[in-house]
Design a protein around this ligand. Structure first.
Ligand SMILES: [Zn+2]
Length: 400
């Protein structure tokens, strides 16, 4: 991993330098002498802040942006997305992941947790760029399973140049698209090799009703009964959670990924930030979902929607504080994947962004969390650093 000295940045209102060595912040103070051979980046008074972690997406779906808007989830999936995907080529997936990676980096994101077909392609793209990714084979009981390519993913991981930036998961699609055998087999494999589990859970009311009808319990309870609910389980959406679900998720240490824009666009419902996070004590991260249901991969949008959604849902403007929302998009997202990152501090992984202080949305510079959640957009992000590697500098992509 390259070492990097960031000079003349502004951290919490004060000028500082920050040294990243072997992918970790090892020194943060003014006047650090550059060790021999270390790349130096002059931040020129730009604001040093934690990078973002996109905890649920389907990166290659960026090629489907605008393909089928303004539809119900079942119609969107069954009549548009799955028929389109039946004809996917490897080149389509590669172009989609590249497009997504650029969009994510431009918006300050250094990690994406991906669930999609031909996952080996996404892993190879992330590895070429030097971006963090958690990638699993999308497991499903339908004809698209031909694109699962679990063995090819293992091979891509073995051949990766930057394995320290990558992690593997298993990604059973959802309770309505998998059977019990598949879920139990997946749980056993994940127990054996310690990989993450990534599954859509309680996204719509119809999903919950269908699961209760078929299995006599909620999707979260069913996922747990099949052995899949652990502290390495990432539950995407969690919009319709019963009190027992929330207790179960908290007790097992699983992570719920809030995807507010997708939930709004598909009318899936309103995530209960207060009941799940503020009072429920669950681990929560933020995700964009795929581009076909969002249609953006910027966590800036998600942060603003998450804060506003929390207020409307609870009827209380004190719910969904900017600090909390910024925290789940940064530290919460990193910790979901076992990474000690998402903060600018000695000992944390060397991921960071530099924000342009001249952008109007960041002025006056009163409260950075407030500015980032309520006012900022991707145009504020000037530079992106992942494990000491510069992925974007002066809004020019270095990695693509
Ligand atoms: Zn999704």
């Amino acid at each position: 991993m390259p070492d990097l000295l960031i000079r003349n940045a502004v951290l919490e209102g004060s000028r500082t330098d920050a040294l990243i060595a072997d992918g970790v912040f090892t020194d943060i103070r003014p006047g650090i002498d550059a060790p021999a051979g270390v790349e130096t980046l002059d931040a020129d008074g730009f604001i040093l802040a934690p990078a973002f972690y996109n905890a649920h997406t389907h990166s290659a779906m960026s090629i489907m942006r605008g393909l089928a808007d303004d539809l119900r989830l079942e119609t969107w999936l069954n009549e548009h997305i799955w028929p389109f995907e039946a004809k996917l080529t490897e080149e389509d997936v590669r172009r989609g992941v590249l497009l997504a990676a650029e969009e994510m980096i431009r918006s300050g994101t250094v990690l994406f947790n991906d669930m999609y077909w031909m996952p080996d392609v996404a892993l190879r793209v992330a590895d070429e760029i030097g971006m963090r990714a958690v990638i699993g084979p999308c497991l499903i009981s339908n004809p698209l399973a031909k694109f699962t390519r679990a063995e090819e993913l293992e091979e891509a991981y073995r051949e990766a140049a930057h394995p320290e930036l990558l992690a593997l998961s298993y990604a059973p699609h959802a309770v309505y698209s998998t059977d019990e055998r598949l879920l139990r087999d997946t749980a056993e494999k994940a127990r054996d090799n310690g990989r993450f589990i990534h599954i859509h859970a309680s996204e719509t009311r119809a999903e919950v009703e269908g699961c209760v009808h078929e299995h006599g319990m909620t999707p979260v309870a069913w996922i747990d009964k099949c052995g899949l609910l652990t502290d390495r389980t990432i539950l995407a959406h969690g919009v319709h959670l019963a009190d027992d679900d929330i207790r179960l998720i908290r007790d097992k240490g699983a992570v719920v990924v809030h995807n507010p824009c997708s939930n709004y666009k598909l009318c899936s419902g309103q995530f209960d930030f207060r009941r799940v996070f503020e009072e429920g004590g669950c681990r929560v991260a933020l995700g964009t979902d795929g581009c076909a249901s969002n249609n953006s991969l910027s966590l800036f949008d998600e942060m603003k929607f998450a804060a506003l959604n929390a207020k409307i849902q609870s009827g209380d403007p004190e719910c969904g504080k900017a600090e909390d929302v910024w925290r789940i998009a940064t530290r919460g997202g990193a910790q979901a994947f076992g990474l000690d990152a998402g903060e600018i501090a000695v000992g944390r992984l060397g991921d960071a962004i530099l924000l342009d202080p001249s952008v109007p949305a960041l002025n006056p510079s009163r409260n950075l969390a407030s500015a980032l959640v309520y006012a900022a957009d991707t145009s504020c992000v000037d530079t992106v650093v992942c494990a000491g590697r510069v992925l974007m500098r002066g809004r020019t992509m270095c990695a693509l």
